[in-house]
Design a protein around this ligand. Structure first.
Ligand code: ZN
Length: 198
C-alpha cells in the first residue's frame, strides 16, 4: 500500500499516484511522481518505484520549525533551524545544530572556557539546569561530537533526531523560557501591588 507521512497535513496517510515520470540519470530505480494525499487531498511530489507500487520518498516542500519566544534571538533561530532540518529529514544537520544551540546557551551565560563537556557541567554547577537536563545535554553532545569530528559512520534516524531536539528544547526551556515565565509572574504581582497601593 502507498502509505507515508504527508508533508502537507502531517498525517500518516494513503497516497494515490496520478503521474509517473522517467527516472533521472542519477538513479534508475527512482521515478519522479505526482501523488495525492487521500487524507487532505493535497498534491505532493515524490519518488516512487517503477510502476508506482512503492513510495521511495516524498518531497517536503513545507518545512516546519519551532518558536522559542523567550530565548535570545540568535539561539532561538538556530534551534528553529534545527527543527526545520528535522522536518525535511536532514537529521545529521539537525543534530549538529542542536549541539551548537547547547554551546551557544552556555556562552550566553558567560560560560566560555574549556570543552563542551565542561561547559555543560558548569551550567549544572551554577544551578542553571537540573541534573536530568544536564544528562540530556550530554546526550546531544555525544551524538553531535561524533559528527562534528567527521564520524558519519552511523546514520541518524528520525527517532534519534527527534529525541535530540526534545533534549535541546528542554535545555532552552530550563535556562530561558521557564525563567522568563517566573519573571512575568513577578512583574504581574508587582504591578498589582503598585496598582492597589498596598
Ligand atoms: Zn495530507
Amino acid at each position: 500500500m502507498l502509505v507515508d507521512t504527508c508533508p502537507r497535513c502531517g498525517a500518516r496517510a494513503q497516497f494515490e499516484v496520478v503521474w509517473i515520470g522517467k527516472p533521472g540519470s542519477w538513479s534508475r530505480e527512482r521515478y519522479p511522481a505526482a501523488l495525492v494525499c487521500i487524507a487532505c487531498g493535497s498534491p505532493v511530489a515524490g519518488d516512487v518505484s517503477e510502476r508506482g507500487h512503492h513510495i521511495l520518498g516524498l518531497w517536503a516542500d513545507r518545512v516546519t520549525g519551532k518558536e522559542f519566544p523567550d530565548v535570545p534571538r540568535h539561539i532561538a533561530e538556530t534551534a528553529d533551524e534545527a527543527h526545520r532540518c528535522h522536518s525535511i529529514k536532514a537529521y545529521r544537520a539537525a543534530v549538529l545544530l542542536a549541539r551548537s544551540v547547547i554551546e551557544a546557551t552556555a556562552k550566553e551565560k558567560e560560560i566560555t572556557n574549556g570543552s563542551l563537556i565542561k561547559k555543560i557541567d558548569e551550567m549544572f554547577d551554577r544551578r542553571l539546569i537540573r541534573e536530568h537536563v544536564k544528562d540530556g545535554a550530554h546526550e546531544v553532545r555525544h551524538l553531535g561530537n561524533d559528527m562534528a569530528h567527521g564520524d558519519f559512520i552511523d546514520p541518524v534516524d528520525a527517532e534519534e533526531s527527534g529525541l535530540i531536539l526534545t533534549l535541546m528544547s528542554e535545555l532552552l526551556e530550563e535556562v530561558f523560557q521557564s525563567v522568563a515565565r517566573v519573571q512575568r509572574a513577578r512583574d504581574l504581582r508587582a504591578a498589582k501591588v503598585t496598582g492597589s497601593g498596598a
